[in-house]
Design a protein around this ligand. Structure first.
Ligand SMILES: [Zn+2]
Length: 435
């Protein structure tokens, strides 16, 4: 049996490097009773290297019909959460294909050796999709690799009385025989794991800001002191990171309690247990919002570069604490966590932590401290100029740690690669950065 491709060693059995997807068009219908999902996915594909085979990721759902450029494909098979399409003939690099897949089934999250459940998951009365890092194939056929970003149109039919939220702007909402169809368009490139759908009995609160910020939540949740701060957070982050990268931002609060919140492109998802004014929750509201710049607009090219997301989002918490008069200044948080990391095991390589440790808390805290060390060396003006220039240059793209270091060195005229080498490429904790 021919070997199936892996695009990123942190996610074995996901992604096919031989092609890219430019656009996903998803037409889905969901029935809560019995948890039944039915859909048609149309993928605009560009072949990157000559191939007679395309391998897509699709987990637990059954493809029923495959078309390539409108013609029914005869030879395709499903195995190991992959959909293997055998083309009629080999196609050259740069060939553009339209692949249409009809599929259906009972969606559920996937697990792997190192990661918890991810993907489409039933709530008590609704649905959450938490895609990071390997959950996208649980609800649509995709090329599941973080360096292949595409635009999306997502239409989901759900029973009346439920609110459906997906990435991007709501462009259409209409009643039909089987409930209501909600259509969203995300016209900025998006990684597969950042695609999401949220379904629940929610009400929408607009926070009257520019760009628009909304909270979508069960009617009885109290947004005071937490989610009503998002407009102020966004305005502050724009002053330090540059313009908000998308058209709008939405926080979805599920009726069920959740262990951790999660970012998606243009929205984030929290459980109702995060709706307090307590700093331990407010910091996460800031953290997920900051991912819109660091993680969503600028996405890692390889999962080993995860500190480019989590270090930056964690540092954003410290910045917001200082800005909002929170429990500590940014430097106070940095000192606090440096002390704690000094007492912890020092066996993590920040620039390549391994799949098992990619969401280890040390990636977050040491990643934030790496930025604090950079800021201490460069000074505030050059540091924040760098952050803004980085987002502006890589917006809509994926990047590696090495690309960040090269970009930072060129922008600042400082050898940032040498400066940050001990933080990123050695395990021992460097001394506290003196500003
Ligand atoms: Zn995060």
């Amino acid at each position: 049996m021919p070997h199936l491709p892996t695009a990123d060693p942190y996610l074995p059995g996901h992604g096919d490097p031989s092609y890219a997807v430019r656009h996903y068009d998803l037409d889905l219908a969901y029935v809560l009773e019995g948890n039944r999902l039915r859909g048609t996915a149309t993928l605009e594909v560009t072949v990157l290297e000559e191939t007679a085979r395309l391998v897509l990721d699709l987990a637990h759902l059954e493809a029923t019909k495959v078309r390539v450029d409108g013609a029914r494909l005869k030879k395709w098979s499903a195995r190991q959460d992959r959909l293997v399409l055998q083309l009629d003939r080999a196609v050259a690099a740069d060939t553009e294909l339209t692949v249409t897949i009809a599929y259906a089934g009972v969606p559920r999250p996937t697990m792997d050796e190192h990661h918890e459940d991810a993907g489409w998951e039933e709530l008590t009365d609704g649905v959450i999709v938490a895609g990071q890092p390997h959950g996208a194939p649980t609800w649509f056929p995709c090329n599941d690799r973080p360096d292949d970003k595409a635009t999306y149109r997502t239409a989901i039919a759900a029973p009346s009385g439920y609110t459906v939220v997906a990435n991007g702007l709501l462009v259409d909402r209409r009643r039909g025989a089987s409930g209501e169809t909600w259509t969203y368009v995300m016209d900025r490139p998006m990684a597969t794991y950042l695609a999401t759908a949220q379904i629940g009995r929610y009400v929408v609160t607009d926070h009257d800001t520019r760009p628009p910020v909304a909270t979508v939540a069960p009617p009885d949740v109290d947004l005071e002191g937490s989610f009503d701060q998002q407009g102020a957070m966004l305005a502050y982050f724009e002053t330090v990171f540059g313009p908000y990268p998308f058209d709008a931002y939405t926080a979805v609060i599920t009726d069920d309690e959740l262990e951790i919140p999660l970012e998606s492109q243009g929205l984030s998802t929290f459980g109702r247990n995060f709706c307090t004014a307590d700093w331990s929750h407010v910091r996460l509201v800031a953290h997920e919002l900051a991912h819109q710049w660091f993680g969503n607009a600028v996405t890692l090219a390889r999962w080993q570069d995860i500190w480019l997301h989590e270090g930056f989002a964690c540092y954003s918490e410290w910045l917001w604490s200082e800005e909002s008069g929170g429990p500590r200044s940014c430097d106070g948080w940095a000192r606090h966590h440096h002390e704690r990391l000094a007492d912890d095991e020092q066996d993590l390589l920040l620039a390549d932590p391994g799949a098992a440790l990619m969401f280890d808390d040390r990636v977050y805290k040491r990643g934030a401290l790496t930025l604090h060390a950079l800021r201490a060396d460069l000074g505030d003006d050059a540091f924040f100029d760098l952050l803004q220039a980085w987002v502006a240059a890589y917006d809509g793209r994926s990047a590696t740690t090495e690309e960040f270091l090269t970009f930072a060195s060129e922008r600042t005229g400082t050898d940032v690669a040498a400066l940050l080498h001990p933080w990123l490429f050695e395990t021992g904790l460097p001394a506290y950065p003196a500003g």
